[in-house]
Ligand binder design. Structure first.
Ligand code: S3P
Length: 181
């Protein structure tokens, strides 16, 4: 593959869209490393995302998130990168993502996302809040931003993570195949 064609695959979308699980499955299918920005941030900070929010606030977290994104997008070998739902909030992140990765938006209806996030309660933005209210508001703020930077959108409603990763892999294979000709 010519060097200029090597691009990371970045998964974007709301909380509950399956970015972490699908990213890991896709990394296996593509035989390349997968990295989850929330895990990178938590490891570097030595504390969970919830504790970072609680102790240092959201702005501090967003700074760490921007640094982690920049650092991962600068690596030479191609990566599958699972981002956090708020990665699109900063325009500098959106510019970097567009420039240095093939962006995949894992789209899902809000009522489906609500069901998925209800199973996990560790997310600081949802703590003691109504997930439907929070996700509806975030969708108004971020929905267009995901759309704006996406090179590919996959509708994940009613799909299992394994299905999504396979559909995505097939789609990427044909696109990368065309790019490599
Ligand atoms: C956030 C989403 C979370 C995490 C943090 C903030 C957001 O990641 O980065 O809690 O702003 O939507 P997931 O999208 O993986 O839940």
């Amino acid at each position: 593959m010519p060097t200029e064609k090597i691009r990371h695959i970045a998964l974007v979308g709301h909380m509950g869209s399956g970015k972490s699980t699908i990213g890991s499955l896709l990394g296996n299918l593509m035989n390349c490393d997968h990295t989850d920005l929330d895990v990178v941030i938590a490891n570097q900070a030595g504390r969970s995302i919830g504790v970072i929010f609680a102790e240092k606030g959201e702005k501090f977290f967003r700074d760490l998130e921007a640094q982690a994104l920049d650092s991962k997008l600068s690596t030479q070998e191609p990566l599958v990168i699972s981002t956090g739902g708020g990665i699109v909030e900063r325009s500098s992140n959106r510019i970097l993502l567009k420039e240095k990765s093939f962006v995949v938006w894992l789209r899902a209806d809000i009522n489906i996302l609500v069901k998925r996030v209800n199973r996990r309660t560790s997310r600081p933005l949802l703590k003691e809040k109504d997930p439907l209210e929070v996700l509806t508001k975030l969708d108004r703020e971020r929905g267009n931003l995901y759309e704006e930077i996406a090179d590919l959108t996959i509708d994940t409603n009613n799909m299992k993570a394994t299905n999504v990763s396979e559909v995505l892999f097939d789609s990427l294979k044909s696109r990368l195949g065309v790019e490599n000709e």
